[in-house]
Design a protein around this ligand. Structure first.
Ligand code: PLP
Length: 379
């Protein structure tokens, strides 16, 4: 774990102006409002919340989510699960397939460590080979592991087809004493970013039908399906209203990136605010444009360029270390430009620490430093 540099620790209590650029900054007041809105939504709909910690990669933020009602967290990587466990999180679901023996040994060790702490580890599967490998890795252990069968509900990524394929896998799992079928995972990644609320509603409506039929098929074969888990920030209100899903996996709601802000909001969904920013400084310019010191090494661009917060400026790529700002009123040399990243998950992964601010981005003070515990945890 990276030690907290003294210069960063010394920032706590200082004005926002003291933060050197480029830096990843959390508006903690906005983040708290997002946290509370989501927690309240889950309570009102009587549904479990298991936020995706691959977004913030921070055990401290995961613990905060759990203190406000989340049941535990999802992660995507074994290394992320290890970082969460090391940071005190006790209920972890790897919502992804793990196949390599070296990783499965780590999964076994992690499951044992969590069981010793009265915690729990679960994992997704989508193939017979994956199920067999997992069962072998857990051989000889009295307490096994909970597994969710991942169904491909339209993303065309991992998952078995709904229907008989899922049943086949459920039958296999039922024969293996080390594994316990905990339910189905039905996460529709592509639907999250459909811009129109109507389109998202139609897609999730279809998914609910298919997964309901799959669940019935498995249960008619005498295998109980306790839980259906899934959903992200773009669609969770639909899954929550479906009567099928018992758990929501949304992650990005906590920081709310520029890409998600372009979705037409479903009225059933609480509003979320931008809470993650890259602070940058204007270091050059002319009559045509200004240049800030935050390029693509400070923010991910897979979902588009960042947006300039509260300024009528557009950000254009200036390469790894620079951003080109254009607009009618250009900022002067030395001014701050706050950028809202296009995609929060890979942006966070570019930083060791996030600087938490209270009292607003303009006049606030640094309140705490948040470590990105699972930065680079790709295996
Ligand atoms: C399996 C799974 N569940 C949930 C999420 C959370 O989605 P979001 O961060 O868009 O809310 C993701 C994100 O990619 C995911 O892959």
């Amino acid at each position: 774990m990276k030690p907290l540099p003294e210069a960063l620790q010394a920032l706590v209590g200082q004005d926002v102006g003291a933060i050197d650029t480029p830096a990843l900054v959390i508006d903690l007041d906005a983040m708290d409002r997002n946290l509370q809105r989501m927690a309240e939504f889950a309570r009102k709909h009587d549904i479990r919340l298991r936020p995706h910690a691959k977004m913030h990669k921070s055990a401290a933020l995961a613990r905060l989510q759990i203190r406000s009602g989340a049941i535990g967290v999802c992660v995507q990587k074994t290394g992320e699960a290890e970082a969460m466990q090391a940071g005190g999180v006790r209920d972890i679901y790897i919502s992804n397939e793990v196949l390599a023996p070296s990783k499965l040994r780590r999964v076994r060790a992690l499951a044992q460590a969590l069981q010793a702490e009265n915690g729990r580890l679960a994992i997704a599967v989508d193939s017979e080979a994956g199920v067999q490998a997992l069962a072998e890795a857990f051989e000889g252990l009295t307490a096994g592991i909970d597994v969710f069968i991942e169904i491909d509900v339209g993303q065309g990524r991992c998952g078995v087809a709904p229907g008989p394929q899922a049943l086949g896998l459920a039958r296999l799992i039922a024969t293996l004493p080390q594994l316990r079928l905990a339910g189905l995972q039905a996460y529709h990644g592509r639907a999250q970013h459909l811009r129109s609320a109507l389109e998202r509603r139609a897609e999730i409506g279809r998914v609910v039908q298919e997964v309901t039929q799959t669940r019935q098929l498995i249960e008619r074969a005498g295998i109980p399906v306790e839980l259906v888990t899934g959903a992200g920030t773009g669609t969770f209100a639909l899954e929550a209203a479906s009567g099928l899903y018992g758990e929501l996996q949304a992650g990005s709601y906590l920081f709310m990136d520029a890409d998600y802000a372009q979705n037409e909001r479903d009225p059933a969904q609480p509003p979320f605010e931008h809470a993650l920013f890259v602070k940058s400084q204007v270091i050059s310019g002319n009559a045509d444009h200004a240049v800030c010191d935050a390029g693509h090494k400070s923010h991910a661009i897979d979902s588009g360029m960042p947006q300039v917060w509260q300024r009528e400026l557009q950000y254009f790529s200036g390469g790894d270390e620079h951003g080109i700002l254009r607009g009618a009123r250009l900022p002067a040399l030395g001014e701050t430009a706050w950028l809202v990243p296009g995609h929060c998950d890979p942006t966070v992964n570019l930083h060791d620490f996030m600087i938490g601010v209270r009292g607003g981005l303009l006049d606030g003070k640094v309140h705490r430093i948040v470590r990105v515990d699972a930065r680079g945890a790709l295996t």
